[in-house]
Structure formats: C-alpha cells, structure tokens
Design a protein around this ligand. Structure first.
Ligand SMILES: [Zn+2]
Ligand SMILES: [Zn+2]
Length: 256
C-alpha cells in the first residue's frame, strides 16, 4: 500500500477511535461495521433498515390497519365495541423477519443483548407518549418463569425504563394462580383465560406503561391492564416490541 494511502487509513481509524466511531459488532447479525454516528444503535445499516419502525397508521388501540384513509388514527370498529383498558398501543414492528428472530433469540436463547437493543428501539417509539410514572412488565406465569429462569418482558422493560429514565416497577402487577374473576367476562373470554389472572397493588393514580414482548390477540394484555385499571391506575399505555400481523397487513414487514 502506498504511504499516502496508509496514512489515510490510519487517520480514518484514529478519527473513528477518537469520536467513538470505531468498528463495532452488529447486535443483530454479529457482523463488524463502522457506525456513521457516535450514538447509533449497535446495528449495521442492513439490520437497521430491517428493524425500522412499522409506520402504517392504524387503530391507535390495537394496530389494525384503517379500512379507509380517512379512518387513519381512529379506533377500529372492534375497539369501539369493546375498548381495551389502555389509551394507546405502541408496537415497534410486525412479528416477522429479523424482529421475530431476535425475539426468539431473547425468549429461548436468553440473549439479553437483544432485549437491550429492542428495549432501546421501543423506548424511542414511546417518546411520543404523554409522561408516565412507572414502567411495568407483563408478569410471566410462575410455571414458565420457573422453567425459563427469566421474564423476557421484564428484560425489555428494564431497557425501556433505563432509556426513558422512568422507574421500573415490577412489583405493581403480578399473576395469581386463582381462577380469574368471572363476572365481567363473556363465556368466550372465560375459555381464553386459562393462565390465572392478574392483580395490581399500589397503583392508585399511577400513570403506567405496560411492556410485553409480543402481542397476538391482546387477550392477556387486556387482563393485565384491566387489573391495573381496577386497582385505580391513572392512564395506561401498552408498548410491545412486535405485534402479530393483523388481517390486512399481510405477513411481511412491509412499510407504508
Ligand atoms: Zn447487522
Ligand atoms: Zn382497534
């Protein structure tokens, strides 16, 4: 290599080192890369675009896509008929592609670096929410917690809380093994709630951001948020890393 070229390479390496732009490893694909800004997430360009936030505007309560453009941002028919016990749902992306792979890596591989990554992305998404007093993870079912040894929602919530500078308060919401209170559930809901119910304590007038890794039907989150609301919580918001694609979105992580 000519001397001038060597000098350029050395100078570039020096500047990258000085300004925090040294080579890093992508948390998602583990490939080495040079970040373009000092504060970029530890993601290579390719993974960053695959993990971009899903931006199609749908129902603010459940994420279902709007049927007509003029309905964008308005609650869907289902949520009008049976409103969930939260004011806004935030989800980073659809449960597909790289996001799905990372969530599986966290849940079944215990890779907490993905929890930090996804928690940081989710915290950025949550910057649009009104202020909250506490971050609360969806509690794991005790049997599963014994088997896995950790709660993936708890690991995500820890990263969200750190980034948002809001206290993490796991103790506010817990699972009970007793049968759920049946009086306000329909027959169908009763069948769909086989995992016991939730109970909340010390949540009076507390504005809460409830965190889970993935939302499918939303039934479990509804039970959890209802317990918070019944406990007297203030505004409740829900944030999940991924939402299974609702009808109308297809299965791919298309951006609109
Ligand atoms: Zn990557
Ligand atoms: Zn909805």
């Amino acid at each position: 290599m000519p001397r001038a070229a060597k000098l350029v390479v050395r100078t570039a390496a020096f500047l990258h080192g000085v300004f925090g732009l040294g080579e890093r490893r992508c948390v998602a694909c583990h490939a080495p890369f040079l970040p373009d800004t000092p504060h970029a997430e530890d993601l290579c360009l390719s993974c960053r675009s695959r993990l971009a936030r899903f931006t199609a505007i749908g129902c603010p309560l459940c994420g279902t896509p709007a049927v007509a453009p003029e309905d964008s941002g308005l609650p869907c028919g289902n949520c009008l008929l049976d409103p969930p016990p939260w004011s806004i749902l935030i989800f980073h992306g659809l449960y597909a592609d790289l996001l799905q792979a990372l969530l599986l890596r966290l849940k079944f591989g215990g890779d907490f670096s993905t929890a930090r990554l996804l928690g940081n992305l989710l915290a950025k998404d949550c910057a649009e929410l009104p202020p909250v007093d506490a971050i609360v993870p969806l509690p794991q079912h005790p049997v599963r917690l014994r088997g896995r040894g950790f709660n993936q929602a708890g690991e995500l919530a820890r990263a969200v809380a750190l980034r948002m500078h809001v206290p993490l308060k796991r103790e506010l919401l817990f699972r009970t093994m007793n049968p759920p209170p049946q009086e306000h559930l329909t027959a169908r809901q009763r069948q769909k709630n086989p995992e016991g119910s939730f109970s909340a304590r010390n949540v009076h007038q507390t504005r809460i951001l409830l965190i889970d890794d993935t939302m499918t039907t939303g039934a479990t989150l509804r039970h959890a948020a209802r317990a918070l609301r019944d406990g007297g919580a203030g505004d409740i918001y829900v944030a999940v890393a991924a939402r299974t694609p609702p009808p109308g979105y297809g299965t791919g992580p298309e951006k609109a």
